[in-house]
Design a protein around this ligand. Structure first.
Ligand code: ADP
Ligand code: MG
Length: 591
């Protein structure tokens, strides 16, 4: 038993310590500084904002706007805590129209960096400035400048080494800055945002009138042709405006869905979930929608004062709102021609489940699907049995008897017979798993030079990922060279057992690396990265894969320890249906 510690006196913290502690809530990393400064520019009515970062924002963040400016006399107040021009009385909190109102951002940033504020208010002849170091005003000056404001932040966290330690490498912080800028742009695309670093331009996001144009800038020009639009007023005082990728352009993480509420970028699990639910049977459980959603609700329903960075907000009647959003998105999705024509993604795979002893129609594939199954399987049988000398087989292992492939279904699943079992093998999951294992074992994937390199145009975020994840990219087997601007030339692609990945998989790999890999199994960062690489190097669902190739993959999996029959993300590779169950479907009691 240890004695309780002796009581210690309570004392007031000095002002500098208080400031630094408080700053921690608002300023987490360079991206949060950029967010606060850009929001201030937006509140000041800026049309164009230029952002410059050096050293990933750790050395310098400069944000320059053409907004209303700050009167010279107010400059010292601007950097003081709880001083704001955006809120007068507590009642105003009920209907905040500006992004800021807490009067904390500049003071917080100034407390943990060297800050220089230069502003020329509308109608004045010159710009006045202040220098602030660790919260103390150390200088004042007058300079020439067009109307507007420039804030320069140098040596972020120079006086809070603990915080500095949690920062990532400059390339990774830069990527975060870009993400943050894209998020702000998609919430308010009428304000143009440009980002440069010491080497040149990172992003040009010009002011645009529509959400569609903004989405094209962020997700790439081809996005619009693969997306659908939601424009609905599902209830009085509620408007939904969204541009969302069709199911075919989904992602494996939730980070590419951007939500804005009354012009403020927000995160909201219920609302993001509502959008995802709208895609229900059109998206597999492991996929997430991509796009931007603007919601307008009466300001009185929204409490933005729940979080220092205001990323999370509270909405009265959130459930009802989420439900209306889901229905609006659902209606728009179903009205999209290409989506409505296609059978729902789940319909083909689901019917084979079941397995109770009573056979009812419910356990059978829907009638409409039957002819297709029979036809394709039939052709597969002929190809393998009729034309080939012998069916392709994989030798028995301790875990299962000899396996012979019968044919392919839906250009995705292979049908095989193994002893008294019917097996369905997902070719994408199987090749993904085999590549993952190879990557885990050898550290990197083999590379194949492309005879004709492929030119790709990357989005700003994808381009920033090149630097931030250079090591993972090198291991993936992709090799790219800069081509000017954000264009790259893919010179080599991953290769596995004589088959190579498509160069078009590269941007998707970048997206996923930027999002931190998938947030499912496996746990470790390296494993997650490997799983991501494997996924994008694997044979895609629609690619042709020969039975011999799949047989080699299954053999490779057989050599793995138990548990290799799921893909790195936990989806099954192989589903086993006992013959007894097949017999029951046909009302036969046994073989
Ligand atoms: P808040 O935005 O919550 O008011 P800040 O600390 O971010 O608090 O800014 C304090 C004040 O400084 C603002 O209320 C605004 O009057 C002024 N200000 C800050 N940045 C700008 C800017 N870029 N243009 C004009 N005024 C600004
Ligand atoms: Mg602010």
């Amino acid at each position: 038993m240890t004695a309780p510690p002796a009581p210690r006196a309570i004392r007031r913290l000095d002002e500098g310590t208080v400031q630094r502690i408080a700053a921690g809530e608002v300023v987490e990393r360079p991206a949060s500084v950029v967010k606060e400064l850009v929001e201030n520019a937006v509140d000041a009515g800026a049309r164009e904002v230029r952002i410059r970062i050096e050293g990933g924002g750790l050395e310098l963040i400069a944000v320059e706007d053409d907004g209303a400016g700050i009167p010279a006399a107010d400059l010292p107040l601007a950097v003081e805590r709880h001083a704001t021009s955006k809120l007068e009385r507590v009642e105003d909190l009920a209907a905040i129209a500006t992004l800021g109102f807490r009067g904390e951002a500049l003071a917080s940033i100034a407390a943990v960096a060297r800050l220089r504020l230069l502003s020329r208010a509308e109608g004045t002849a010159a710009a006045s400035g202040l220098s602030v170091v660790a919260g103390q005003i150390v200088g004042r000056f007058v300079e020439g400048r067009a109307p507007g404001t420039t804030v320069e932040v140098r040596d972020l966290f120079f006086n809070t080494p603990a915080r500095r330690k949690f920062l990532h490498a400059p390339a990774a912080e830069q990527l975060e800055v870009l993400s943050s800028v894209e998020r702000l742009y998609l919430a308010r695309p009428t304000v143009g945002l440009a980002v440069d670093n010491e080497h040149g331009e990172l992003a040009r996001l010009p002011p645009v009138a529509s959400l569609g144009e903004a989405a094209a800038r962020v997700f790439g020009p081809e996005f619009l042709s693969q997306s659908f639009r939601v424009a609905a007023r599902p209830a009085p005082g509620l408007a939904v405006d969204a541009v969302l990728g069709r199911p075919a352009v989904s992602r494996s993480s939730s980070g590419a869905l951007y939500l804005a509420l009354n012009g403020r970028a927000i995160t909201s699990r219920p609302l993001a979930q509502a959008v995802r639910l709208a895609f229900a049977d059109h998206l597999p459980r492991t996929r997430y929608p991509v796009g931007a959603v603007h919601l307008e609700v009466e300001p009185a329903r929204v409490d933005v004062n729940v979080h220092p960075t205001k990323r999370e907000v509270r909405i009265a009647g959130e459930r009802d709102l989420a439900d209306r959003v889901r229905r609006a998105v659902r209606d728009a999705l179903l009205a999209t021609p290409q989506v409505a024509d296609r059978p729902a993604a789940g319909a083909a795979g689901a019917p084979l489940r079941g397995g109770t002893s009573t056979v009812s129609v419910g356990h059978l594939p829907p009638l409409a699907a039957l002819p297709r199954v029979a036809e394709e399987a039939g052709r597969g049988v002929q190809r393998t049995l009729g034309e080939g000398p012998v069916p392709v087989t994989v030798a028995a292992t301790a875990r299962r008897p000899r396996l012979s492939f019968v044919g392919q279904l839906f250009r995705l699943y292979w049908v095989a017979e193994s002893g008294d079992d019917l097996l369905l093998v997902d070719q994408h999951a199987a090749s993904e798993r085999a590549i993952y294992s190879a990557l885990r074992r050898e550290g990197r994937l083999a590379q194949q030079e492309l005879v004709e390199p492929v030119r790709l145009e990357l989005t700003p975020r994808q381009a920033a990922t090149l630097g931030a994840h250079a090591e993972a990219i090198a291991r993936s087997g992709f090799r790219v060279a800069a081509f000017g601007g954000r264009a790259v030339r893919v010179e080599a692609v991953p290769a596995y057992r004589g088959r190579r990945a498509r160069s078009e998989a590269f941007p998707a790999l970048l997206e996923e690396l930027a999002a931190g890999g998938r947030a499912t199994v496996p746990d470790g960062l390296v494993e997650r990265t490997d799983a991501t690489i494997a996924c994008h190097s694997a044979v895609r669902a629609g690619d042709a894969l020969g039975a011999e190739e799949l047989a080699r993959i299954v053999e490779a999996l057989d050599a793995e320890p138990e548990g290799a029959y799921t893909c790195p993300h936990g989806r099954p590779i192989l589903v086993r249906i006992p013959r007894s169950r097949v017999d029951r479907w046909f009302l036969r009691s046994g073989p």
